[in-house]
Design a binder for this molecule. Structure first.
Ligand code: AMP
Ligand code: MG
Length: 523
């Protein structure tokens, strides 16, 4: 059983570790990792498995259905070659330097290598305290674990770079959380997610040694990250560091553009939540856009400043890269390479955003005046309270036949407020006429246009209320809700009428419900 899993723990082998083992809370200096075992739980029960992730790891159904699987991926047992550890990082949280943070409740089991050399780190989230747990318990509640499990895989199906999830295992133990931060803590069921990524290194891993003036450790870590996670980069010295930083900037730019394409709001874009590989990482109080609103943040902690609101994500991604550049600056005699990397961010973002504009609108290429076309559309969508996902999907039918005047019928299901729909009727018709004229002037044949739009505009995304419904059902004992929702998130660009229950607009009951409209960091 589990024979396909072979481990080669390079992070442990090649980076300096903490001489102390175990979860005693502490400052750890001069080391990137600490050995710490998961804390066993009472009654592991596998609630959901990603079959795609399991297959990629070479695990079959007999493996994932076994009692041993639940034991291992709850943190009660280790497979040969596993060597659990937590890593040490810092971060800027909400704009302020927060010092050492680290994997407070994430414990990596090891790095698997498959026959073609692909490397994947398996990491348990919620498996008990580590040296980096500070004042907290190292655990995770079922509701937030369901959200992380589902969204990791939904993002993957959407084609957006992300950490993955293999499994969701209930612990059989309660965790106490004050969900609304209102002084009413209550016990909730606990769970462990096994997440999977080639690397879990974050910007904050580099910031911490830099903040301590430990340039040797910073260099060792940068060399390791390049060697293990960017093996296609060659060269040496500053030139290599410069190429590497530029690639981190480019990947981060593409990631931010993808979030904007699909309507994802991360919610906590602190530097400790940005992956060096440009993956979406740390699913917490994230949310999905229903009615288009660049001002919206799902995170209640962020409600005051709305630093992490939808429309600001590209700017915040860049702000985080500036922090990374500062951290890496001791490796550079000449800061020009760092500036070049930041410039590469701007170029890559602009390119990706224009490409997304062309694809979402079904145009062969984005011309300069298409920028105004999409900007005006966004303003209209915000003012008229238009559902983002339904609009772009509906637009496929509007664009297809190139008829004038445009019939807005396929777009009628996108509106949340009939009064706003009516108030903006003239603007809507004016925009559609402009769009139709632009389409008429575009070289793509109708079928190719439809296909291009279909592949850029998903039929479904993991809307907040969908996840909340699955959580409600799972908390009431019906865990099949999780796998049903995951199934609905597969092949999101296909037209699949059988998933109508998952592809509609946000229902009224979800408008102001916690978990649907706003989420706390309590998890
Ligand atoms: P987050 O806001 O979830 O990215 O977490 C920020 C920091 O708090 C990270 O260092 C986490 O590991 C840590 N953390 C969050 N929740 C817990 C918990 N329940 N136990 C231990 N550490 C936690
Ligand atoms: Mg985090």
């Amino acid at each position: 059983m589990f024979d396909a899993l072979t481990f080669d723990n390079r992070l442990l082998a090649e980076l300096p570790g903490d001489p102390e083992t175990g979860p005693r809370r502490r400052e750890v200096r001069g080391a990137v990792w600490s050995r710490v075992a998961p804390t066993p739980v009472a009654a592991p029960r596998t609630l959901a498995v990603s079959r795609e992730m399991a297959q990629a790891l070479g695990l079959d159904e007999a493996d994932t259905a076994s009692e041993a699987f639940a034991q291992v991926f709850a943190g009660n047992a280790l497979l040969p070659g596993m060597d659990p550890f937590a890593t040490n990082y810092g971060g800027h949280q909400f704009g302020n330097w927060a010092g050492q943070l680290g994997d407070g409740r994430a414990i990596s089991l090891g790095e698997t290598v498959d026959p073609d050399g692909a490397r994947r780190e398996l990491q348990l989230k919620g498996a008990g305290p580590t040296p980096y747990a500070r004042f907290a318990d190292g655990r995770a509640v079922l509701r937030s674990s369901i959200r992380e499990f589902l969204c990791s895989e939904a993002m993957h199906h959407l084609g957006v770079p992300t950490t993955r999830a293999l499994s969701l295992v209930a612990t059989g133990e309660d965790v106490v959380r004050d969900m609304f931060y209102d002084g009413h803590p209550r016990p909730e069921p606990g769970a462990v997610v096994c997440r999977v990524a080639p690397s879990f290194l974050r910007f904050g891993h580099f910031e911490l040694p830099a903040s301590r003036g430990d340039t040797d450790l910073l260099r060792t870590l940068a060399d390791f990250a390049i060697r293990r996670d960017f093996p296609h980069l060659h060269g040496a010295g500053e030139a290599l560091y410069g190429d590497w930083f530029a690639e981190v900037c480019t990947r981060t730019a593409r990631l931010a553009a993808e979030w904007m394409r699909v309507g994802f709001v991360h919610g906590v874009l602190n530097t400790d939540n940005l992956s060096i590989l440009g993956l979406t990482i740390d699913y917490g109080p994230y949310g999905w856009i229903d009615a288009y609103d660049p001002e919206w943040t799902p995170n209640t902690t962020d409600a005051g400043g709305r630093r992490y609101r939808f429309g600001w994500q590209p700017a915040i991604a860049r702000w985080n890269l500036v922090r990374l550049a500062q951290a890496l600056s001791p490796l550079f005699g000449d800061p020009a390479a760092l500036q070049a990397g930041l410039d590469a961010f701007g170029d890559a973002y602009t390119r990706a955003d224009r490409d997304n504009t062309a694809r979402k609108l079904g145009l062969a290429a984005c011309r300069d005046d298409d920028i105004a076309l999409i900007r005006d559309l966004h303003a209209l969508m915000q003012a008229a309270e238009i559902d983002m996902t339904l609009w772009f999907r509906g637009l496929i039918d509007v664009a297809g036949d190139g008829a004038m005047p445009v019939d807005p019928a396929p777009l009628e299901p996108c509106f949340y407020d009939p009064a706003k729909r009516l108030a903006h009727d003239a603007d809507l018709r004016a925009w559609l006429a402009r769009y139709a004229a632009r389409v008429a002037d575009d070289p793509l044949p109708p079928e190719a246009r439809r296909e291009r739009m279909r592949l850029a505009n998903p039929q479904v995304v993991l809307r907040n209320w969908l996840a909340q419904q699955a959580i409600d059902r799972a908390e009431a004992g019906d865990v099949s809700a999780i796998s049903e929702l995951l199934e609905a998130m597969r092949r999101p660009y296909d037209d699949r009428p059988e998933r109508a229950a998952f592809s509609g607009k946000r229902p009224d009951w979800a408008r102001d419900r916690p978990g649907c409209s706003a989420l706390s960091c309590s998890s």
